[in-house]
Ligand binder design. Structure first.
Ligand code: INI
Length: 154
């Protein structure tokens, strides 16, 4: 009989580091609210949630790496919004942000979650950062709880 290993949704006693970028703050502040309420709904204590603000998405992996090496967290959440403009800048920022976040996650023994929106316009970003279950910050926080619990079992 196969043995299944998976994480549950109980955030009690888990510590989360949240890195959130200020660029497109209209969107990222709502991603942060979605994440914080999801953590609390799952039983996380306020004092186990630490929020680090960085200027833009490009800086997220740098701060995430610092948090990982502190050894103070069970999972790191990365939240940002990269919105396409009229130049190739979007491609560089979004590619390096996702690559960097993935790299940090693989380098350290901590789940690092990707909650960075990459959208064609502001409207798409707003649609993914509203007060309902489609909020990407919320979705990413729930994945962080599951992964933190999974890592404890692996
Ligand atoms: N940063 C974002 O978080 N989102 C964007 O849409 C964005 N655009 O389009 O330029 C952006 N740029 C800033 C970048 O993340 C860095 O903060 C900046 O280049 C300094 O390193």
């Amino acid at each position: 009989m196969a043995r299944y290993i998976e994480g549950d949704q109980n955030a009690k006693g888990l510590r989360f580091g949240i890195v959130v970028s200020r660029f497109n703050d209209l969107v990222t502040s709502n991603l942060l609210s979605g994440a914080l309420s999801a953590f609390k709904e799952q039983g996380a204590d306020d004092e186990s949630l630490e929020v680090v603000r960085v200027p833009g998405a490009f800086e997220i992996p740098q701060a995430a790496k610092k948090l990982c090496s502190s050894g103070n967290f069970d999972a790191i959440l990365c939240l940002g919004a990269v919105i396409k403009g009229g130049t190739p800048h979007f491609e560089y920022v979004s590619a390096e942000t996702s690559r960097g976040i993935n790299q940090v996650g693989l380098e350290f023994n901590i789940p690092v979650l990707f909650g960075v929106l990459t959208t064609n316009d502001l409207e798409q970003a707003i649609a993914r950062s509203g007060p309902d279950s489609s909020n990407k910050g919320r979705e990413t926080a729930l994945a962080a709880v599951e992964m933190a619990n999974l890592y404890r079992k692996l």
